[in-house]
Each structure stands twice: as C-alpha cells, then as structure tokens.
Design a protein around this ligand. Structure first.
Ligand code: ADP
Length: 525
C-alpha cells in the first residue's frame, strides 16, 4: 500500500472520496461513496457527478465551484446529493484540484463528510425560527387589532356620548320606559314641557303625571298598539302640565325589541304643538268667518243678477244678457267655493253635528241622479243604477249621506267624456255589516302618481285641471272627513283614460249622534 492508497483507505472509514478528470468525469470512487450513493462503482465511473442529482441547489453554487477549482483553488461547501433511490444526503464537500505538468488542473479530488443529521437539525432551527417569526407577526397583528379595537371603543363611546347629549339637548320631550311603561329616562325638554323635574318623573308610569285627559279607550288603544301589536303609535294627545295648563303634543311611541322580539323598552317622543294648534284654529276660524261674511254680498249679487236676467229692470240686449250670464255663473261658482270652505272649516273646528234618523238611501241616491240628470243628458252619458233588492233603511244623517253621494256622483259625471257610462250601485257586503255604495265611470281616471294625494284639501289632478277648470279640490276631502267622523270608509281604483270606481262603506249599525254648532250642507261643485 503506497501513501496514496493508505490515505484513501483511511478516508474510507469517514468520508466519501471521488476523483474526476479535468472534464469532471468520475474516474475513481471509494467504497464509502459507493455504499452511500447506492450506485455501483460501474454506474459511477465514466459519468459526471450530475448522476447524483444534486440539482436541489442553485446553479450559482456549481458555477462558483467550477470557477474556483478550474482556477486551481480548493472549493469547500455543503452540497446535497441524492442516492440512487432518491433520498437526500448532505455532505460537507471539499474539491481539490491536482495540477498536471502544464500547471492546469488535471484531476479533481472530492472529499465529502456526511452532515445530513446536522443539516436536518439546522433546518429544524430554521423552521423553528420561521415559526417564531410567524408567531411574532401574529402577535403584532393581534396587538394592532387590540389597538384598533380600543380606538373603535373610544370612538364609539364618543358617539354614545354625542347621542346622549343630543337626546338630552333635543327640543322634543323624550322619555324611555321599561316594558311595563315605567320611566327610566327623561330628557331636559320633558322637564320643560311637563313642568315636572326628572326626580319626579323617573320611576312613575309614563303619562300618569301629565296624562289622563284622553279617556280610557284612547289609552287602551295606545297600549294595545305598542305592547300587544308591537307597532309604533302616532297621534295627537292632550296633556296637563304640572301648573295645570293643558297642552297638545304630537306623539310617537315606539317599542324597541331584542332579537327575540321581546320588548326591551319604549321610546316616547312628544312635540308640543299647542301653539301650532292655536294658529291652525285661528286660521280655520278666519276662513270660517270670511266665508260667512262673503255669503251675504254673494247672495245679493246672485239675487240681482237673477232679477236682471228675468227682465225685471227692462229688456236686455242679447249681448247684455250674455255678459250678465257670465256674471251670474261666476258668482255661482264663488258661492259654491265659499260654501265648501265653510264646510271644511266646520269639519276642522269639529263643530258639525251628526243627526241620525231612519233613512231610505236608495231614494236618496235616486233623487241625486235626478238632480244631475240635466248634466248627464248634456253629455249624453249612460247612467246605470243597480240597487240590491230589500235594502234596509239605515239610521244615518241623511244630509251627510246626500253630501257624499252628490260629491262622488258629480265627479263621475264631471270627469267622464261625452257618451261614457256611469254606474251607481248600492248593496250590503257579504257579512251584511256595511252598506256599500259603488260609483264607477268610464272617464279620465286618476294618474297613478297622483292617487295618493287625491283626498288632500284643494288637490286636483293634472289630467283634469285643464279639461274641467271648474272644481275646488275640496269635495273628496269633505267626503272623507264625514266618513272618518261617522265610522265609514272610502277607497277607489282608477286607471287613466279607462275610468274610476269609488267604494264607500257605511256601517249598517248607522251613525252615532254628535252635537255640533252647525250642520254641514253646502257643497261645492
Ligand atoms: P273637484 O272635483 O272639485 O276638483 P274633488 O275633491 O271632488 O274636487 O276631487 C279631487 C280631484 O280628484 C279632482 O280634481 C280629480 O282630479 C280627481 N277625481 C275625483 N273623482 C274623479 C273621477 N271620478 N274621475 C277622475 N278623477 C277624479
């Protein structure tokens, strides 16, 4: 055994040794190499090291290796190789170039010490470090979230404070009660409006200090709306301040529910509208007074115009007659408008009386058709009357029923073009609880987008305003108000250029008597 052989055999115990020629072709491998790589010696000799598939590492490593050794220098580094069956092993590798006679590397001797275990534990450390980094960044994120959450809570508490200040400073009376109606919060305006201090208010049942003026039925209805049906109650309520002075509020009481629809509390909003009511009342009284005062001169004009037209002051020329007729007609319209305004003010002041008596509504309807016959004939309309046999007489105010039929029927005639058809029907509903008056026409109809406003005072739809300039826009308002006050109802269906049907109901039980200072009964048309 020469020195070289002795060296190689000593290395056999600890290292993998290979020798390549100048081109990198393997010309020698020791036993440890063969044993570790699982390749046979024959498979290795004559091949490049690439047979070991160390391609898991970057090319730059091999470029550096090759550059170093071909330049005659020793290269050292960790290389991963694969055995024949594909498993990876790491080796601390030194490649030593052996110079030939021309001074250029003639052979390369590679000595590898296996370091797979060390490498694995290094990778474990790297993985642990990565895990640590991940945990650290998760912690940093969590901390950031905590900061954001703190900021959100801070902003929320500012919001809540703002809300509390807004509620406390609102000009409306705001009270919050528990589900039994016991007051748990009252704002400053509640103190100002009711005259009671918060100490006096909190802990009492809502309304006991300042309520009680509206009658038992009203409060029952209110409680049923908010606590049983769990809906918002809206309405006007008369209350009494601590001083004893009465005031009127516009109220809105809403139940606030949890996700199981259990009432958590009620929020009561009340706006003092006493002053507005007074102004409204003064306006209505003014309209009433003005209309009343206008009636006397208008009657005089009417009267004298009639006398002139009848030739009481001598024969008139045709031209004089036609001018006078214009005056007479214009005056008639003014009388009708003034009468309608009077009715509206009486409805609004609540001063009209209801005097029920047994009434034959069929006869009433027939007489209304007869009244309108000249207009029906002038427009060549077909008028169909369809009355159920044996309708009972009802205990109603005949004048109010007359106003209703006259208004609805006049509208049907007015808003139906020549040769159209109007139908008036009277029958009992299926349960025989209500008498139903149906008036339908084949007229202009009411535009869809204006239907919601049709019962509003002075409202006239666009499609008829030019065609039929004569109208006050008060008829339907008066009809609806009468029905509201007497237990009836009104609704309609309408399609533009097809026609309209109004349905009016009146309870068979009749109307309740009501005292008032005046009777309604001068209808505008
Ligand atoms: P007026 O007829 O004096 O204008 P009303 O209060 O009686 O006032 O009616 C309000 C509006 O409702 C009318 O101007 C008209 O636009 C609409 N209207 C009422 N009845 C009918 C109908 N039968 N056909 C079409 N439009 C109608």
């Amino acid at each position: 055994m020469n020195n070289q052989e002795a060296l190689l055999s000593a290395l056999d115990e600890v290292a993998l040794v290979s020798i390549t020629d100048a081109q990198g072709i393997i010309i020698f491998v020791n036993d440890k190499f063969v044993e570790t790589s699982h390749f046979s010696r024959q498979e290795l000799i004559g091949h490049n090291h690439r047979i070991l598939k160390s391609g898991d590492q970057p090319d730059i490593l091999f470029e550096d290796l090759w550059k170093t050794i071909s330049g005659g220098r020793v290269w050292r580094g960790d290389i991963a190789n694969r055995t024949k069956d594909g498993s990876l092993y790491w080796a601390d590798t030194s490649v030593v170039p052996i110079q030939g006679p021309d001074g250029k590397p003639e052979q390369y001797v590679a000595v590898r010490f296996l370091i797979t275990d060390k490498k694995e534990s290094r990778e474990q450390i790297v993985e642990q470090h990565r895990e640590f980094e991940r945990t650290k960044s998760a912690l940093v994120n969590a901390l950031e979230n905590v900061e954001q959450e703190k900021e959100r809570i801070r902003l929320q508490s500012i919001e809540t404070k703002k809300f509390a200040l807004a509620v406390e400073g609102a000009s409306e009376h705001i009270v919050i009660t528990d589900p039994n109606g016991i007051i748990i919060y009252a704002n400053h305006a509640a103190e100002l409006i009711t005259g009671f201090s918060k100490d006096e208010i909190i802990g009492t049942k809502a309304g006991t200090l300042w309520g009680g003026l509206m009658g038992k039925e009203f409060y029952q209805r209110l409680w049923e709306t908010i606590a049983v049906r769990k809906e918002t109650f809206q309405g006007e309520i008369r209350n009494k301040r601590k001083s004893g002075a009465e005031y009127t509020v516009s109220t809105n009481i809403s139940p606030v529910m949890d996700e199981k629809q259990h009432i958590m509390f009620f929020v009561v909003l009340e706006r003092d509208i006493t002053r507005e009511k007074e102004v409204d009342k003064a306006k209505t009284e003014f309209v009433s007074l003005a209309s009343h005062q206008l009636r006397t001169p208008l009657s005089a004009i009417n009267w004298y115009a009639e006398m002139l037209l009848e030739g009481d002051a001598g024969t008139l020329t045709e031209q004089q007659k036609s001018y006078l007729q214009e005056i007479y007609h214009g005056n008639q319209r003014m009388v009708e408008l003034v009468n309608a305004l009077l009715d509206v003010s009486r409805i609004e002041m609540g001063t009209f009386s209801v005097r029920p008596e047994l009434t034959d509504i069929v006869a009433l309807a027939q007489s209304e058709i007869a009244e309108l016959q000249p207009q029906i004939d002038a427009k060549k309309l077909t008028c169909v009357a369809d009355f159920q046999q044996g309708l009972p007489q009802l205990n109603v105010d005949p004048e109010l029923i007359r106003i209703i039929i006259e208004n609805i029927l006049t509208n049907a005639v007015k808003y139906t073009p020549n040769r159209g058809t109007i139908t008036l029907a009277l029958h009992l509903d299926d349960e025989r609880r209500n008498l139903v008056l149906t008036v339908s026409d084949t007229g202009y109809g009411i535009p869809q987008d204006e239907q919601a406003k049709i019962f509003t005072k002075l409202f006239r739809a666009n499609n008829v305003r030019e065609m039929e300039p004569e109208g006050t826009g008060l008829g339907l308002y008066i009809v609806q108000s009468i029905l509201d006050h007497t237990g009836g109802s009104i609704r309609f269906e309408s399609e533009e250029n097809k026609g309209t049907t109004f349905y009016i109901t009146c309870p068979v039980s009749g109307m309740k008597e009501k005292d008032g200072t005046v009777k309604l009964g001068h209808v505008a048309h």
